[in-house]
Ligand binder design. Sequence first.
Ligand SMILES: [Zn+2]
Length: 344
Amino acid sequence: MARPLPELLAQLDDFLAQTLSQIRSAESLDALETVRAESVGRTRGALNDFKRSLADVPGPDKPAFGARFNAVKTELEGALEERRIALAASKPARATLDLSMPARREWRGAKHPVTLVMEEVESIFRDLGFTIATGPEAEHEWYNFGALNFPPDHPAMDMHDTLYLEGGGLLRTHTSPVQIRTLQSYPPPIRIIAPGNAFRRDFFDASHAPMFAQIEGMAVDEGISFVDLKATLAHFANRFFGETATRFRPSFFPFTEPSAEMDVACRICGGSGCATCKQTGWVEILGCGMMHPAVLEAAGVDAERYSGWAFGMGPGRIALQRFGIPDIRIEYDSDIAFLEQFAQ
Ligand SMILES: [Zn+2]
């Protein structure tokens, strides 16, 4: 059925005006896409209906209607593109320029309390002329036990205390192999601090862990005596803990003779006795002693000419003291809420 051209053109103009208004008021790219699909879209677009009505236009009027149809389509596509560019440009600007939005807190890493203790110990001994020395965590049995004067039947060598590796090696049970390796590589005088990890077949409980940090120190030279050991370690304790009383208790280690354990006055009770110091007023911080001549000889050092002292301490245990941490397992938990307290 033929339809008069003026009527069709009027409908086309209404459609154009209405769609242009929808395009201008589209507030998002999604809303604009809906307008596009419903106007010029190939499947749902209303413009398709006008295209079909071309068949109803009388022959002589077809060119005029066709020209108007194309002009409307071009105008709509231009308006859609213009609006799309405007919306795309304003979208990120809106997100980043919201000045009322609170700033995101910057996340900063921090050192673990055990690392803080180790670095402080290292720094005190470096001031005294000590050098940092390190060695492998997977060791030969000889470096871990034999060279350190452990008798072949020492209980520490038992399977229950040492983690043995396939092929005869082991995970070092202390950082003492570094002493032997250093003495083999450099002639005295030697002053070293050896920080690192040690491994034992211990159960995880409030005061033990199967892997733990250790710091050892060693001084070897002509004429080194127990006086040097006491004076150096007392100096260390005063720097690390603040002015403090120290005491040495006789002890036994295979690699030192004589051997001692050094205590400092309890920081919690000031020496009067509390639960932390088990009512003794003292807290043990390290083991030490004069190096056994057999250890010096095993490492190729002339024990008639040279003597030395050594000590070993557990920075994890010292961190418990220093920061008032009740359970050593917390040091292994990677709990951000706990660790954040030590951020400086
Ligand atoms: Zn106490």
